[in-house]
Structures are given as structure tokens and as C-alpha cells.
Design a protein around this ligand. Structure first.
Ligand code: HEC
Ligand code: HEC
Ligand code: HEC
Ligand code: HEC
Ligand code: HEC
Ligand code: HEC
Length: 469
């Protein structure tokens, strides 16, 4: 009884195995590309003009095609289906038989460059699904790039200036946006920039598994992640601390630019980079690059919901009136530990002293001519304990008990070393005059009517705040 059962089972599995082997052999003998090459040959014969071309067409050998690009460490087999890319008689045919558009392949002959240096995709694959790598289950990190982003590959070998002059304008536009949208306010690139977001070096080489694709609506690819993240960071990364306002077109351009951040994939011999994008020189350009994302025009105090912290108005006339360049420079260089304000000095965010000077000159360009009325801090002997009581009543609900500001507080951080070390005259003038246009109200005679002695006391107390923790 059992023996018969096993016999039948054996028979069935034998038949199944046989069927699969036949299928495999048929597939091997008739790979996908063979069909495309036969079709190509037919079209070529039809289109060929003149006896020479006729002979060439008839002699076209249907067989496996590949090029081995030794220095680029690639094997490209795309020509198995895209057989006519360099054939002038195929200009009118359809893709994949068609001659390549433009003069890209005249300038980059297939034998030397292949296809994947510009298009990505999986060069070794011989079926379309794997070669284009678009299906999710191919696990290929670099699917064929949508044309929207293809300029990112040109930039691996050419500079923005050259590309711009040759019609490839997206990369140059993306690079410009990166400078002007303040991305470096939070991101380091080649050693320069803030630290709130990650270092962006090599972001274009990241495998797709690096990104969490869960909330991405389009293709599950790195470039779709980048693009959708630019349009709405918090949709792709819940609780993202990234602050940007970009429209769809800008998101595309920045995606192109990000995809060019590949770490040394192309060998030197292939690169034709003449001039690197120039570092911005003017204070205004530097301000756009590093500060604008958070401080915007510098005229308004902003309580930022994402940060849970107030961003001060650094171009407010009363601020500029009371602060000197030395103190402003120090604030910028040292930043504010524990807040989003990065230390911009050379060994932190990478700005040179001369660059910081130019930013200071830009921030203070409209500084009112008349300085503030002197306060004369040293005229009084301060009573720190009285100051503490005043602080609790008058200041703590904005600056926090510890003076650190933060979530829910309108005031900013006072407990940092720069403010602690600042000339008390500056602090006293600030408390007396406030910062009109912001919620920092004047506490002096023209405001909440604290006496000069009381202001001295509270300032003396403020200067002890860093010792409180
Ligand atoms: C097995 C055949 C096959 C292989 C191999 C193949 N392709 Fe294709 N390719 C096609 C066909 C067919 C089309 C047109 C239909 C389509 O787009 O789905 C196409 C279209 C394209 C397009 C145009 C897409 C568009 O949106 O217009 C590009 C770009 C492309 N292929 C690049 C490549 C690159 C790069 C490789 C090598 C990594 C490659 N292909 C390998 C068959 C192939
Ligand atoms: C120097 C870069 C570069 C190389 C190398 C290159 N391409 Fe392209 N390819 C492009 C660009 C750019 C476009 C988009 C053209 C446009 O929209 O103007 C394109 C377009 C295409 C298209 C869409 C149809 C067309 O012709 O516009 C196909 C298909 C294609 N390429 C296949 C290939 C294949 C196959 C190879 C390798 C044999 C290859 N390309 C090599 C840059 C390149
Ligand atoms: C792998 C590196 C590489 C990539 C990718 C690449 N190029 Fe090139 N390109 C070169 C090299 C190398 C030359 C010079 C070829 C030569 O001297 O024969 C060149 C030549 C050119 C030229 C002719 C310039 C001249 O002075 O003769 C243009 C225009 C050009 N490329 C544009 C592009 C565009 C647009 C793209 C993207 C679609 C692109 N290249 C992608 C390496 C590359
Ligand atoms: C206010 C600070 C801030 C600004 C300004 C900012 N980012 Fe971000 N960025 C972040 C933070 C925080 C993250 C991590 C959370 C996330 O992925 O959304 C991030 C993530 C990223 C990532 C993903 C990096 C990775 O390795 O996962 C990219 C790419 C990026 N930002 C590019 C940009 C570009 C380009 C700009 C300018 C248009 C910009 N950012 C402006 C804070 C910022
Ligand atoms: C990621 C957001 C962010 C970026 C980028 C940024 N700042 Fe700030 N900045 C802040 C915040 C938040 C504070 C307030 C911190 C606190 O004291 O609570 C601040 C404080 C300051 C202050 C102190 C002002 C005062 O009233 O005490 C100055 C000056 C300043 N920033 C200048 C700059 C300059 C110049 C740049 C560009 C080089 C810059 N910031 C970039 C977020 C930022
Ligand atoms: C209603 C909220 C509020 C109150 C009350 C308040 N502040 Fe402020 N304070 C602020 C804001 C907001 C700023 C930053 C304004 C700007 O420059 O954009 C600030 C700035 C300051 C600064 C300048 C710090 C710097 O880095 O430049 C000092 C000093 C200061 N406050 C001290 C005090 C003292 C002392 C008191 C109590 C007597 C007080 N503040 C009460 C909101 C307040």
C-alpha cells in the first residue's frame, strides 16, 4: 500500500523536475534579449540605406553582447537589448532599438563609458526587470535613474560651470539652492556646516536600506525618499527636526544635487572637473548658506515649534545697537551648547575667522549710528540675593528657572558661557531697554519701571546662572 504511494510520489516529482529542466533550457536558449535583437535586426535591415549598411545589417550577429570597463570596474550588458544606441539608421525606431538621443554617446563612446555611469541600473543583468532594477524584489540599490535626476551622474565627472554651459542646468541649480536655502545651517558637507542634521558626505552612495522607506509614496528607492523628504520632512521621518520650505521643483533639483554626493566612485582618469564651485565670498551669501534656515531675515523673534525654542532676532536694531562686534563674533563662534545654535568656529562647524567677520559685517550693516545711553553698571554694588528674587518674579516665566529657556519658554538661553562672560553693561542695557519688536520688554524707566539698582541686582544674578545646575 505504502510502496505504491511512494512510487507515485516519486513519479510525480520526476515529471515536475523534468518539466522545470526543460523550461530552464528553453529560457537559456531564448533569453529575453534574443527577442529584442531579432527585432532590432529586422528594423535595421528595413532602415539601412546603401549597400554597405545593408551588408552590416544582414551581418548583425545575434548573440550575447557586453563590454568590460576595467577602470570603471563595471560590466555593462545593456546593449543586449539597446542594440541600436550608436546606429545612425535607428533614429526613428522605438526604444530599446533606437539610436541614443543627443550627442551623449559621441562624447562618451559606449566602448569606453558603457551605460551605467550615466543611467545607473544593473549592468550585468540580461533581463529587463533586473537591468532596470525598478521592481522592489530585485534588491538592486541603483535602479535606472529617472531622467529628472540623470544629471546627478554627469556631476561625478564634470563641474557645475561646464554642465551649465552644456545644457545640463539642474545640477547647477541644485547646487545653488543648497547654498541659498541654508542647508549648511544644520548639515556638514566636506567638513563645513552645522551639526543638527547628519553629515551629507556620501549621501548619494547610500544603499536604499539606509533610508526608512515606510512612508515613501512613490518608488521605494533612495531618490524617491530624498525627494519626498524635501517636500515634507516630517511626513517621511516622524518628528524630523529638519526645517525647510521647498516646492516640488526645488525638491527635484536638490535631489539631483544630493545624488551627486558619491564618495570617490569614479576613477580620476574619467573625471574632467576644472573648477570646483567657488566658496561664497560675501557676507550675505555666507549668511544664506549657514544662518538663513533658522534666523530667516533676522528681523523677527520666532518661537520654533519643532525646536521647542525661541530663535532670536539677530538683526533687530536694538540688539545691534547694544552689542559690539567682539561679543557678536564670540556668540557666533561659540554657539550655544544645548540649543540648536551651532558653534561656527573653525574647529567646530568649520567657518574661518574671516568668514565669520564677513557675516558679522552683514548682520550689522544697518546698525543704528547712535549707541545706547550708557547704564553705568559699576556705579552700584549689586545684591545677588535680591536679584534672585526679582529674577524669579520678573524673568523666570520667559527664560526658565535655570535660565536655559527651551520648550514652552519665550525667552532664550542666558546660562551660556558667552552671556555669562559678557560685559555686564551690555546685559544691563538689554534689560533696561529691552528689545523693541520682540517679547523682551524694557524693564527700565520707559518700561516696567525697575530702578537702576534693581536692574543691577538682577543682572548680577543672571551672571551666576551657569552655576545653578
Ligand atoms: C532585456 C532587455 C533590456 C535590457 C538588458 C536593458 N533594457 Fe533598457 N529598456 C528595455 C526596453 C524594452 C525598454 C522600453 C520599454 C520600457 O521602458 O519599459 C527600455 C527602456 C530603457 C530606458 C528608457 C526608459 C524611459 O522611461 O523612457 C532607459 C533609460 C533604459 N532602458 C536604460 C537601460 C540601461 C542603463 C540598461 C543596462 C543597465 C538597460 N536599459 C538594459 C529593455 C532592456
Ligand atoms: C554620458 C551619459 C550617458 C551615457 C553614457 C548613456 N546615456 Fe542614455 N541618456 C543620457 C541622457 C542625459 C538621456 C536623456 C536624454 C534627454 O532627455 O535629452 C539619456 C536617454 C536615454 C534613453 C531614452 C531614449 C533617448 O534616447 O532619449 C535610453 C533608452 C538610453 N539613454 C539608453 C542608454 C544606453 C543603453 C546606454 C549605453 C549604451 C546609454 N544610454 C548611455 C545619458 C547617457
Ligand atoms: C564617467 C565620467 C563621465 C560622466 C558620467 C559624464 N561625462 Fe561627459 N565627459 C567625460 C570625459 C572623460 C569627457 C572627455 C572625453 C574625451 O576627451 O574624449 C567628456 C566629455 C563631455 C563633453 C564634451 C566636452 C568637451 O570639452 O569636449 C560634454 C558636453 C559632456 N561630457 C557632458 C556630459 C553630460 C551632460 C553628462 C551627463 C549626462 C556627462 N558628460 C557624463 C566624462 C564623463
Ligand atoms: C534646521 C536644521 C536643518 C536644516 C536647515 C536642513 N536640515 Fe536636513 N536634516 C535635519 C535633521 C535634524 C535631519 C534628520 C531627520 C530627518 O531625516 O528628517 C535631516 C536630514 C536630512 C537628510 C537625510 C540625511 C541622512 O543621512 O539620513 C538630507 C539628505 C538632508 N537633511 C538634506 C538637507 C538639505 C539639502 C537641506 C537644505 C535645503 C537641509 N537638509 C536643511 C536638519 C536640517
Ligand atoms: C539650526 C538653527 C540655527 C542656525 C542654522 C543658526 N542659528 Fe543662531 N541661534 C539659533 C537659536 C535657537 C538661538 C538661540 C539659542 C538660545 O539662546 O536659546 C540662536 C542664537 C544666535 C545668536 C545670539 C543672539 C542673541 O540675542 O543672543 C546669534 C548672534 C546667532 N544665533 C547668530 C547666528 C549666525 C551668524 C548663524 C549662521 C552662521 C546662525 N546663528 C545659525 C539657531 C540657529
Ligand atoms: C515676556 C518674555 C520675557 C521676559 C519677561 C524677559 N525676557 Fe529677556 N528675552 C526675551 C526674549 C524673547 C529675548 C530675545 C529677544 C531677541 O533678541 O529676539 C530676551 C533676551 C534677553 C537677553 C539678551 C540675551 C542675549 O543672548 O542676547 C537678556 C540679557 C535678557 N533677556 C534678560 C532678561 C531679564 C534679566 C529679565 C527679567 C528682568 C527678562 N529678560 C525678562 C524674553 C523675555
Amino acid at each position: 500500500m505504502y510502496r505504491r504511494f511512494y512510487l507515485i510520489l516519486l513519479l510525480i516529482s520526476g515529471v515536475v523536475l523534468f518539466a522545470f529542466s526543460i523550461l530552464a533550457i528553453v529560457k537559456e536558449l531564448n533569453p529575453e534579449w534574443k527577442g529584442y535583437q531579432s527585432e532590432y535586426k529586422k528594423i535595421f535591415i528595413d532602415n539601412a540605406e546603401g549597400p554597405e549598411a545593408d551588408v552590416l545589417a544582414k551581418q548583425f550577429d545575434i548573440g550575447h553582447k557586453q563590454i568590460y570597463l576595467k577602470r570603471l570596474k563595471r560590466v555593462d550588458r545593456c546593449m543586449n537589448c539597446h542594440a541600436g544606441v550608436e546606429n545612425p539608421f535607428m533614429s526613428e525606431a522605438e526604444v530599446p532599438y533606437r539610436r541614443h538621443s543627443g550627442d551623449y554617446l559621441d562624447k562618451h563612446p559606449v566602448a569606453e563609458f558603457g551605460c551605467t555611469v550615466c543611467h545607473d541600473g544593473q549592468g550585468r543583468a540580461t533581463n529587463m526587470k533586473e537591468a532596470h532594477g525598478i521592481e522592489f524584489d530585485t534588491h538592486w540599490d541603483r535602479p535606472v535613474l529617472p531622467f529628472t535626476y540623470i544629471e546627478s551622474s554627469c556631476a561625478g565627472c564634470h563641474d557645475a560651470e561646464m554642465l551649465k554651459n552644456n545644457g545640463a542646468i539642474k545640477f547647477a541649480a541644485g547646487e545653488k539652492l543648497f547654498r541659498e536655502k541654508g542647508c549648511r545651517g544644520c548639515h556638514k558637507l566636506a567638513g563645513e556646516g552645522g551639526v543638527l542634521g547628519k553629515n551629507l558626505d556620501g549621501i548619494g552612495s547610500r544603499p536604499k536600506h539606509y533610508f526608512s522607506l515606510r512612508y515613501v509614496e512613490g518608488d521605494k528607492t533612495a531618490y524617491a525618499w530624498l525627494r519626498e523628504h524635501f517636500v515634507d520632512p516630517a511626513k517621511i521621518v516622524p518628528d524630523s527636526g529638519m526645517k525647510v520650505v521647498l516646492n516640488d521643483e526645488e525638491a527635484d533639483l536638490l535631489t539631483v544635487y544630493m545624488l551627486t554626493m558619491k564618495s570617490g566612485e569614479i576613477p580620476k582618469e574619467y573625471r574632467r572637473i576644472m573648477n570646483y564651485p567657488e566658496r561664497p565670498v560675501t557676507g550675505e551669501a555666507l549668511y544664506r548658506m549657514y544662518c538663513i534656515a533658522c534666523h530667516t531675515s533676522g528681523e523677527q523673534t520666532i518661537y520654533d515649534e519643532i525646536f521647542g525654542r525661541t530663535i532670536p532676532a539677530i538683526m533687530n536694531p536694538s540688539f545691534l545697537k547694544s552689542i559690539n562686534d567682539r561679543l557678536l563674533t564670540e556668540m557666533i563662534k561659540e554657539g550655544r551648547n544645548g540649543t540648536q545654535m551651532t558653534a561656527w568656529k573653525n574647529d567646530a562647524a568649520g567657518l574661518g575667522d574671516d568668514e565669520i567677520q564677513r557675516i558679522v559685517a552683514y548682520i550689522t550693516r544697518n546698525r543704528p549710528e547712535a549707541g545706547p545711553e550708557p547704564f553705568g553698571f559699576t556705579k552700584f554694588s549689586a545684591d545677588v540675593r535680591a536679584g534672585r528674587e526679582l529674577y524669579k518674579v520678573r524673568c523666570a516665566f520667559c527664560h526658565g528657572e535655570t535660565g536655559r529657556g527651551g520648550k514652552g519658554f519665550l525667552g532664550i538661553d542666558l546660562a551660556n558661557p558667552v552671556i555669562q562672560g559678557a560685559d555686564p553693561e551690555f546685559l544691563a542695557v538689554t534689560v533696561r531697554d529691552g528689545r523693541p519688536g520682540t517679547t523682551m520688554v524694557p524693564f527700565g524707566e520707559k518700561g516696567l519701571k525697575l530702578e537702576a539698582r534693581e536692574i543691577t541686582d538682577v543682572v548680577a544674578y543672571v551672571r551666576t546662572l551657569s552655576m545653578k545646575e
